[in-house]
Design a binder for this molecule. Structure first.
Ligand code: SF4
Ligand code: SF4
Ligand code: FES
Length: 214
């Protein structure tokens, strides 16, 4: 065995992967898709907040979030068991319960992570009997350069991560809790606004057009 490589078996296929990788990254690097929303590739530590990247690992009773475990030699992984799909579908339904699905009028239409997930998991974007908890206001326009759409936001946190990388500290943060969680902005017209004027990293990374330039 190469010291820097380990062999893992995913869905019955063996792969030689870098020993330092987390399981989600190792799978993505080898063309194995595992649903994920909060993961920024090759950045650590992962946020592990979306709880979508479940897989089953041999010897472990419960499905685990693939971005939270390191690969190990001879690890045996299944990405498509009924338990995994059940967890992923209920995670997606939870997201859809706080989402205003209006694809025809949405700039993310046809390049939307939520649409991709729904297609992959074979879940309709408007599931029957899904109770909705939409937020007020529908549009937050308080930032000088950005407009935020809380009912599109999937709370992936990628905007916070890229903002921190681009500016040394995040000028956005999660605010409120539970169903009411939203992204809020620091700084208003101060230093944050100045940085935002020339940055736009959060807009570029947002997988659902929840942040748009004014
Ligand atoms: S964010 Fe995606 S799922 Fe939501 S309305 Fe826009 S295109 Fe549709
Ligand atoms: S605004 Fe976009 S990038 Fe930020 S948490 Fe919401 S969906 Fe994710
Ligand atoms: S990608 Fe693993 S928890 Fe979000």
């Amino acid at each position: 065995m190469n010291a820097m490589k380990v062999t893992i078996t995913v869905d019955e296929k063996p792969f030689e992967v870098d020993a330092h990788l987390n399981l989600l990254q190792a799978c993505l690097d080898n063309g194995i898709y595992i649903p994920n929303l909060c993961y920024l590739e090759h950045r650590s530590p992962p946020q592990a907040s979306c709880r979508l990247c479940f897989v089953e690992v041999g010897g472990v009773d419960q499905p685990v979030a693939a971005c939270t475990v390191n690969v190990a030699d001879q690890m045996v992984v299944r990405t498509d068991t009924p338990a995994v799909r059940r967890l992923q579908k209920s995670g997606l339904r939870l997201l859809l319960s706080v989402h205003h699905v209006d694809c025809k009028n949405c700039p993310a239409n046809k390049k939307c992570a939520l649409q991709d997930l729904a297609r992959f998991l074979k879940v309709g974007l408007k599931p029957k009997h899904l109770e909705q908890h939409l937020k007020e206001p529908e549009i937050v326009d308080t930032h000088p350069f950005l407009t935020y759409y809380p009912n599109r936001c999937v709370l992936c946190g990628k905007c916070l991560q890229v903002c921190r990388s681009a500016n040394g500290r995040a000028m956005l943060a999660f605010a409120q809790r539970g169903f009411d969680t939203v992204i809020s902005f620091y700084g208003g017209a101060g230093s944050a606004a100045t940085a935002c004027d020339t940055c736009a990293a959060c807009i570029d990374i947002c997988p659902v057009a929840a942040l748009l330039p004014k």
